[in-house]
Design a binder for this molecule. Structure first.
Ligand SMILES: NC(=O)c1ccc[n+]([C@@H]2O[C@H](COP(=O)([O-])OP(=O)(O)OC[C@H]3O[C@@H](n4cnc5c(N)ncnc54)[C@H](OP(=O)(O)O)[C@@H]3O)[C@@H](O)[C@H]2O)c1
Length: 341
């Protein structure tokens, strides 16, 4: 009999460890529990999780804030109690009708409802992208939401070769990919980040960097009309100041926006639409979606070394609550990834 590789196991049954929440709140609401291994339905696969990257979006669902989040995720508690949306995994079981993938295949996937902070998870086969052997699970897991959002934000602002782009919030998960992808498109990238991360952001392709605690939209260092596009990931600058940064015909992609506890950024986004109606300097909200084609391109770029996910820290699966605390603090440089046991 040949020895079975650790990630080449047959479909799993029984129970598994999972970090679950039964109410909304801070990271201390999650607890490690034994729960039933889910069964894949038609068109789905069972995954043995190898690495899960965390996002600011996990914290929003964890807390159920803004309250609008609860309309989609569950009014009293999240319908899916396990956080973790960006997953690298091994296919461990196939639902009915799945022929495109086989047990043992290595994949990366975005799970918009969550499920990654568990030993196993379910994913629709149509979302899976193959993970090349040269790309470690932790590195692949860093890609889907953060790099996918950066990609879609650059599209929204129509960033192209030869343009000058300002990335505001350049050191975080989305921002550090926005810098790299804009540079890859041939743009000249300027960036706002915290002082300790300026060197990192420059190493990723930004030609000029500023400390966001000293320089903001409206400061003399960022003259009005001097950018073709702005990617605003921080979400704190006044819309008027952002709009002034771009030239006539330029665009600001609004990835994030601070707002109230109930509606979150909705008010800011409505104001942005109103401001753009009769202006040639457009403020364009970004609502990134899981997109398999974009993820496949990102995986290929990462494998070729043309983009480099920065992983500030990895945590063991047993330390998942601490990983959520880290991300909730809002000061991540690059990504935080939880490795499977
Ligand atoms: N629209 C969409 O579809 C979409 C999709 C994904 C994410 N998002 C949103 O995008 C935002 C970023 O997400 P993320 O996962 O990248 O977050 P993250 O990794 O937690 O971002 C943290 C980074 O942001 C920096 N930062 C904080 N405030 C800043 C400011 N005022 N100016 C410049 N940099 C600042 C921090 O630097 P310091 O440590 O120096 O403070 C830190 O490096 C979140 O609000 C998230 O909800 C939106």
């Amino acid at each position: 009999m040949t020895a079975r590789a650790p990630h080449d196991a047959p479909a799993l049954t029984g129970t598994m460890p999972a970090w679950r929440q039964h109410r909304y709140g801070d990271p201390d609401v999650v607890a490690l529990e034994e729960t039933r291994i889910p069964a894949p339905g038609p068109g789905e696969v069972l995954l043995r999780v190898r690495a899960t990257a965390l996002n600011n979006g996990d914290i929003r669902v964890l807390r159920g804030e803004p309250l609008l989040v609860r309309l989609a995720f569950g009014l009293r508690r999240p319908k899916q109690p396990v956080r973790g949306m960006d997953v690298a995994a091994t296919v461990a079981g196939l639902g009915k009708g799945v022929t495109e993938f086989a047990v043992g295949d290595e994949i990366v996937v975005e799970l918009p409802a969550g499920g990654g902070l568990a030993a196993s998870a379910i994913a629709p086969v149509k979302r899976l992208v193959r993970r090349p052997a040269g790309l470690a699970p932790a590195v692949a897991a860093a890609l889907p939401i953060a790099a996918g959002t950066a990609w879609q934000a650059l599209d929204r602002a129509r960033v192209a070769a030869g343009q000058r782009v300002l990335v505001i919030g350049a050191s975080g998960g989305v921002g550090h990919f926005a810098v790299q992808l804009a540079a890859l498109r041939g743009a000249e990238v300027w960036a706002l980040s915290g002082e300790p991360n300026r060197e990192l952001v420059e190493s990723l392709g930004a030609t000029r960097t500023f400390d966001y605690r000293r320089v903001q939209p409206g400061s003399a260092e960022l003259p009005d009309g001097s950018f073709d596009a702005v990617i605003d990931i921080a979400g704190t600058a006044p819309l008027r100041a952002l709009q002034r940064l771009v030239r006539d015909g330029g665009a600001v992609a609004l990835v994030s926006g601070e707002g109230g506890r109930v509606l979150g950024p909705i008010g800011r986004l409505a104001a942005a639409s109103a401001r753009s109606l009769f202006s040639r300097r457009r403020l364009r909200p970004v609502a990134a979606v899981a997109n398999r084609d974009i993820l496949a391109e990102l995986v290929a770029l990462a494998e070729a070394g043309r983009i480099q996910p920065v992983i500030e820290r990895t945590y063991a699966f047993g330390e998942s609550a601490a990983a959520l605390v880290h991300v909730a603090a809002g000061h991540t440089a690059g990504k935080v990834v939880v490795l499977a046991a």
